[in-house]
Design a binder for this molecule. Sequence first.
Ligand SMILES: Cc1cc2nc3c(=O)[nH]c(=O)nc-3n(C[C@H](O)[C@H](O)[C@H](O)COP(=O)(O)OP(=O)(O)OC[C@H]3O[C@@H](n4cnc5c(N)ncnc54)[C@H](O)[C@@H]3O)c2cc1C
Length: 284
Amino acid sequence: MYDAAVIGTGPAGLSAALNLKLHNKSILWFGAPSGSDKVEKSEKIANYPGLGLVSGAELNRKFREHAAAMELESVDKMVTLIAQTDEGFSLLADNEMYEAKTLLLATGAVTAKGFEGEAEYLGRGVSYCATCDGFLYRGKTIAVFCGAPRFEHEVEYLAELAAKVYLFAGYRGCAVSRENVEVLPSPIVKVSGGLKMNAVTLRDGTELPVDGLFCLRSAVAPASLVPGLAIDGPHITVDREMKTNIPGCFAAGDCVGRPYQIAKAVGEGNIAAHSMVEYLAEKK
Ligand SMILES: Cc1cc2nc3c(=O)[nH]c(=O)nc-3n(C[C@H](O)[C@H](O)[C@H](O)COP(=O)(O)OP(=O)(O)OC[C@H]3O[C@@H](n4cnc5c(N)ncnc54)[C@H](O)[C@@H]3O)c2cc1C
């Protein structure tokens, strides 16, 4: 059982991980080792103190170097579900369970809205995890939304299992090419069915009968990730100590609200880490 699980390798998650490490806490840090895509894509950052005008790629590189210098390594997996336990939290990532006493959500802003009906059918035909649920669709027809190139290997894995895959890519230049994969240009707008989902409707009005839908995105909506989490619109509700409504669960960065800024994310990650350290001390 780890002291802390930190989800997100962006500025908020990094800042928290650094501070937890300085306090000698054992940490599970989830997210891409490359860091934040948003930071990477920023052309010029002029409002992060101490570095002058810096490109996002340069700042991201410095973030990665700082993590490496502090011997912080991330687990390159998407966390798809978190449950409260007597001891803290259990986290599901790529079909593996992890346990931690405290939890920090530093997952960034969820810009992509889920499809209509997606949340309703989550666990009833809709899945966020290819490795966890792919085997359920052996020989079946599925739809897959692939939100970023880093999930293409998961699409390939699903295509090995399913008889037919309708693929919807959220970006240009998707490289998946297999006989049983049909790439469709019109995006999904709705998920429908009965007790279980059985169709997706596309923007052009086509209704495709499918046995399941996999949504592979870089972020999972906080309310789907942690059942019972208090949210306000797209943001997680926190107090000034970055505490959520769930004891032991903290949140920081873009996922708790605007302004979406690196300095704010770093500051909130710092506050959250200190609150987590205090919480762990009180629990002893
Ligand atoms: C084009 C652009 C330009 C910008 N320019 C500036 C600027 O000049 N100055 C400025 O201050 N800010 C700027 N920003 C905003 C800044 O990038 C964000 O405010 C900052 O990155 C937020 O940090 P964060 O750690 O909260 O979230 P993010 O940087 O979004 O990081 C969150 C990370 O968590 C990961 N994650 C999410 N869910 C999960 C999960 N379930 N399991 C595992 N990992 C998960 C994501 O993949 C992501 O890597 C810009 C943003 C963009 C897009």
